[in-house]
Design a protein around this ligand. Sequence first.
Ligand SMILES: C[S@@+](CC[C@H](N)C(=O)[O-])C[C@H]1O[C@@H](n2cnc3c(N)ncnc32)[C@H](O)[C@@H]1O
Length: 208
Amino acid sequence: MPSDILRFFRAWMFDPLRVASITPSSAVLASLMVSEISSRTGSVIELGPGTGVFTHALIRQGVSEEKLVLVEKGAEFAAMLGQRFPRARLLHIDAVEIGGTINPDAELCGAVVSGLPLLSMPARTVTAILGGSFAHLREDGCFYQFTYGPRCPVPDKMLRELGLQATRIGHTLRNIPPAAVYRIARHPVPLRASPARPPAVTAIRERA
Ligand SMILES: C[S@@+](CC[C@H](N)C(=O)[O-])C[C@H]1O[C@@H](n2cnc3c(N)ncnc32)[C@H](O)[C@@H]1O
């Protein structure tokens, strides 16, 4: 929508580090981001929805609005998301707080879709966001992240320390700028005790 492009550009002028792009992601990038998600995925957490391009794509994939948790730090976007997706759960917070925010008794999620500018965040912030996200993900749950850079925005060392692995699932030139999408999942054989693996889930795996 033209008004979204204007709104996004204004938000970027006001806070370029947080918004990190002059325009919302394209429909092609949105389709790639949600390509592995369906109605069978269960609940989905979206980090940094902005104007909701990925949110619309998730709903088109069959995820019901009630199964969405939208985590947005920007007041300008949070107000708009609340109006556009009234049945989704909206958390107007910093994604770094995600680990302690969602009700621990809530159903574990099947996916986290992230539009966050991880490359402009300090390493300890990225570690907290990944650790917090995986605490809410089922054992088979995945974290999807796009990047404008040439490699995964989460460094190999951090992935190893968190017991995670990243796979590039595709890229598109039809976005400004061109972008690639990574799937980050738990490493099948944990290299060592990891903060990304919630203790209860680990215990169940060991008993099985
Ligand atoms: C590159 S934009 C992506 C927006 C949208 N997902 C898209 O692809 O068009 C980054 C988004 O993340 C939000 N954001 C940045 N840092 C954040 C944080 N620490 N916690 C939550 N949201 C954040 C911004 O406000 C913005 O909505």
